[in-house]
Each structure stands twice: as structure tokens, then as C-alpha cells.
Design a protein around this ligand. Structure first.
Ligand code: SAH
Ligand code: SF4
Ligand code: F3S
Length: 476
């Protein structure tokens, strides 16, 4: 796969200090190459959301800039980085398990350095555990100081001691971090960091800090650069994109930002996530309708259908308000497809509460839905609420939810059979090199015959079949 290097062109800033450390590591790596006849390699393992995936693109960017080569396997890499998520307990369990395995690899590969970063390391309990039971981890940093990786690695190389560097909050947004994109035709762009909503179940505000918006000019400049390098689709990222810019001076609305991005040459598709229903304005619906490049697709998590549960979740809307909003969006943009996040098993959830959730699923009809079992996160208000739901009841509700969701997905996708969709081709199938997959503007996943040469192209595809989670078709 082609890999592009993007260096956002903004004023000189904090990252420039790191370039000194990058130079030092470059020299260290070139000495290593002279001694051994090979380059050092890195492997980044990422869990969690697109925010983390994009952070990993920055980690890869810094490492390659210093002279590391990407390794396809973890066990023989010289530098292994786990960029972690802690949204649910099983995300953490997975990382500890994988770290245990890595200990054995490190025994046979003496050069191996291990770094842990991301949301998980922002929790004191995790740091304690690492200090006590995972002494072989070399570098631990958090979500606010990712840009310091060169300095932290250099310190570790000099001292050979574990480096812990966790900040409680960010000290200003850092621009100019070199980035290596996963795909040469689509890119994620941060528009805001952190979250101020404090949904009662959620750990994100504690590990990602208060909401900060990037300056509009920095965002536009980055997108111009991306367009110039051949990027066709951008995904704007924020925990709640709808509240983008309210603390900027002067304030900028998300709708305004979308309109300006829509004017930029080269970009064909604009996506964004995530939207909080409480902040989705009429101005934004109008901007989505009027901006030709903004995709007819909206990810709008509703979490739960019961008003009592929504209140306890601190979501600040009711079932009725959510459904009203959906109607309003559909009346303005009739062919829009909707996706959502749904949770079952929140403390105190009764059967009737759950039926309200099913009702929203059946009333709206989502083309995609991410379904979760509530996971208790220490430090959040929900963790100490009464009536945590037993596992059997939760599993039963979860299965019923998934059945309802899938039935609707199948119905919605059936409506596309016989139609033609423009597909931006993303990947070749792992099982068959003569099958490719890509996405329509409204985010339907489509598989059809083709080969790697058309990756990154937008092609018309006639839909011939419905496999629930994806469609099949033929290029016309
Ligand atoms: N900022 C986004 C989502 C961030 S987390 C938003 O507000 O929509 C992605 C999803 O994980 C959430 O929408 C929620 O459904 C789920 N989630 C968050 N905390 C969780 C928890 N403690 N247990 C289970 N699922 C959770
Ligand atoms: Fe978590 Fe709520 Fe913020 Fe989303 S809006 S990140 S669910 S606190
Ligand atoms: Fe996970 Fe952090 Fe994203 S907790 S969901 S990686 S913001």
C-alpha cells in the first residue's frame, strides 16, 4: 500500500523542539545500522476509536522521520508501541494480555523497546499496575504529550530506565507533527480534542481532558495539504464535533467550518464524527444539505431509548427529542443514512427501559449501529450507581438488540439492490485478490470484482445482492 507523508504547514511551534531529539535518534539509528547492517523497525498496535487510530498515524510519522522502518510482525520489531483505549474494561484486559505475551518476545529480542500510550495510561490505577507488574515496559506516556515521543525515547536510550511521562492536562495544541496516513486517498483530521459532556458512564472526559478546538486556519491548511497530496476523502474528528469552535476567539460554528472545507479544491467527500444529539443545530442540518461534498450519512449515537436512563446517563435529550431530530434531518436530507451507538445494561435499566431502546431502533432504522454492553469505569458517576444489572439479563438484552438492529440493516440495504452507487475503492479482499471493497457516499460497504489497480478510484457499481453488513455488486 502507498504511504504518504504529510507535514502540516503551520507556524513554527512546540514540535520544533522535538526535531532536535529526532536528529539525535537519527544518528543513533544510523550508528546501529552501520554496526549491524540493518535498520531498526517499529510496530504500532492500536485499539479504540478513530482518534487513537489517527494518533497512531502521528506516532508512525515521527518514527519514520527518525529512520525506523515499519515491521509487519510484532515479535521481531525493535520498538513496539501499544496505543491503548479504556472505554470498556475488556479493552484494557486485551492490552494486559498482549503485554504479557510481549514479555516473552523481549526475552529473545534483546533490542526490543516497549512503549505504552493512549487513554489507558491516563489512569492512576494503570500506572500503579505498570510500575508494579510490568517493569519491562520502557516508555509510558499519555494522550496530552504524544508529540514528545522523540524526547522520551531519547531519554530511555540514554538512561536505559523506564520513562513515565503522564500529564493531567494539555499545555496547548501541538501542530506540525509528521504523519503517515493509513490510506493514500482518505485521511482523518482532528478538529477538536477532549470532551466536556461527562456522560455518566464515560471515561473519555477524564482521559482526554477538556474540549479544545483547533484553529480553523490550521484545519483548513492541513486539508489543503492533504488535497494537494491526492486525498479525496476526509473524516473530521472530535468527540462532539457539533460543539466545535465555541471557545475559539472569535467563535466558529461547526456548520461554518464545514462550509469552508466544502469550498476547498480536490476534496470529494467530507465525513465527520461524532455528533452529540443535544448540539445538532438547524444551521448544521442546512450546511449538510447545501454542501455538495458533505456525505449523506450521519453517525448520531442515541445510547438508550428510555428517558429515565437518558437522564441518568446525563445525555441531555429525551427519546422524543431524538426522534424529532431524526425527522427534521430526514425532512431536509431525505436520502441520508444514519448510524448510531447503543448501550444495554446501564445501571437500573428495566425491561421497559430496554423496550424503549428497541423502539428507537425499529422506528429510526439505522444502516449501521455499534452495540455495546455497559462496562463499569472506575471514577465515573455511573460506577457507583445502584442496581448494576446482572450478566444474564444483559446478555439476553444484548442479543435481542443485535437481532433487531441487524433486521433493520438488512431491510435498509435491500433498498439498494438494483441501484447504482459510486464507490470509493479502499481495499482488496484478504481472501480473494480479485475482489475489492469500498464505500458509497452514504457509507454502504460494497464488495465487487476488481483488482488493486483501482484502489483510491471512485467507480460506479451496480448493486446485485445484500449480505446484511455489506452489499455486493458489479462495476458498470
Ligand atoms: N464521543 C462519542 C463516543 C465516544 S465512545 C459520543 O458521544 O458519541 C464510543 C461509544 O462507546 C459511546 O457512544 C458509547 O456507546 C460507548 N461507551 C462509552 N462508555 C462506555 C461504557 N462505560 N460502557 C460501554 N460502552 C461505552
Ligand atoms: Fe463520552 Fe459522552 Fe463525551 Fe461521548 S459525549 S466522549 S460518550 S462523555
Ligand atoms: Fe477509547 Fe480513548 Fe477513543 S478511551 S474510544 S481510544 S478516546
Amino acid at each position: 500500500m502507498n504511504i504518504d507523508k504529510i507535514n502540516t504547514e503551520t507556524e513554527a511551534n512546540k514540535f520544533s523542539k522535538q526535531t532536535e531529539y529526532m536528529e539525535k535518534i537519527k544518528r543513533y539509528l544510523s550508528d546501529f545500522e552501520q554496526d549491524t547492517g540493518r535498520k531498526q523497525t517499529y510496530f504500532v498496535f492500536t485499539t479504540g476509536c478513530q482518534m487513537n487510530a489517527h494518533d497512531s498515524e502521528k506516532i508512525a510519522g515521527m518514527l519514520e522521520e527518525m529512520g525506523f522502518l515499519r515491521s509487519l510482525t510484532e515479535e521481531d520489531a525493535d520498538f513496539v508501541i501499544y496505543n491503548t483505549c479504556c472505554i470498556r474494561e475488556n479493552a484494557e484486559v486485551k492490552i494486559y494480555g498482549r503485554l504479557g505475551r510481549l514479555k516473552h518476545f523481549k526475552k529473545t529480542n534483546k533490542n526490543m523497546k516497549i512503549a505504552l500510550c493512549g487513554c489507558m495510561t491516563q489512569q492512576d490505577v494503570v500506572i500503579e499496575k505498570l510500575r508494579k507488574s510490568y517493569k519491562y515496559v520502557d516508555i509510558v506516556f499519555g494522550t496530552f504529550n504524544l508529540y514528545k515521543l522523540p524526547e522520551l525515547l531519547y531519554t530511555n536510550l540514554e538512561t536505559n530506565e523506564t520513562v513515565f511521562d503522564i500529564w493531567k492536562e494539555e499545555k496547548g495544541i501541538v501542530e506540525n507533527i509528521p504523519t503517515i496516513l493509513e490510506y493514500p486517498f482518505k485521511a482523518s483530521v482532528n478538529i477538536s480534542y477532549g470532551c466536556d459532556n461527562f456522560c455518566s458512564y464515560c471515561i473519555v472526559p477524564y482521559v482526554r481532558g477538556r474540549e479544545r478546538s483547533r484553529k480553523k486556519e490550521d484545519i483548513l491548511n492541513e486539508i489543503k495539504c492533504l488535497a494537494a497530496s491526492g486525498i479525496k476523502e476526509i473524516v473530521l474528528l472530535g468527540q462532539n464535533v457539533n460543539s466545535y469552535g465555541k471557545n475559539l476567539n472569535p467563535p466558529v460554528s461547526f456548520a461554518q467550518l464545514l462550509r469552508e472545507i466544502n469550498e476547498l479544491d480536490g476534496i470529494e467527500r467530507i465525513r465527520f464524527m461524532t455528533s452529540h444529539p443535544k448540539d445538532l443545530s438547524d444551521e448544521l442540518i442546512l450546511a449538510m444539505k447545501e454542501c455538495s461534498k458533505v456525505c449523506n450519512y450521519l453517525h448520531l449515537p442515541f445510547q438508550a431509548g428510555s428517558n429515565a436512563i437518558l437522564e441518568k446517563m446525563n445525555r441531555k435529550y429525551t427519546k422524543e427529542k431524538y426522534l424529532e431530530l431524526i425527522n427534521k434531518i430526514r425532512s431536509q436530507i431525505p436520502d441520508i443514512l444514519l448510524s448510531t451507538d447503543i448501550m444495554v445494561g446501564f445501571p437500573g435499566e428495566t425491561e421497559d427501559d430496554f423496550l424503549d431502546t428497541l423502539d428507537v431502533v425499529n422506528t429510526v432504522g439505522f444502516s449501521t449501529a455499534f452495540t455495546f454492553i455497559y462496562s463499569k469505569r472506575t471514577g465515573t458517576p455511573a460506577a457507583v450507581m445502584d442496581n448494576q444489572i446482572d450478566e444474564k439479563t444483559v446478555k439476553d438484552r444484548f442479543n435481542r438488540l443485535v437481532d433487531a438492529v441487524n433486521k433493520k440493516i438488512y431491510e435498509i440495504h435491500s433498498g439498494f439492490v438494483g441501484k447504482t452507487l459510486n464507490i470509493l475503492v479502499e481495499d482488496v479482499s484478504k481472501q480473494d485478490e480479485n475482489i475489492v471493497s469500498g464505500r458509497s457516499e452514504n457509507n454502504c460497504l460494497v464488495h465487487f470484482p476488481g483488482n488493486k489497480d483501482i484502489i483510491g478510484q471512485t467507480v460506479p457499481v451496480k448493486i446485485t445482492g445484500n449480505k446484511t453488513f455489506y452489499l455486493i455488486g458489479e462495476r458498470i
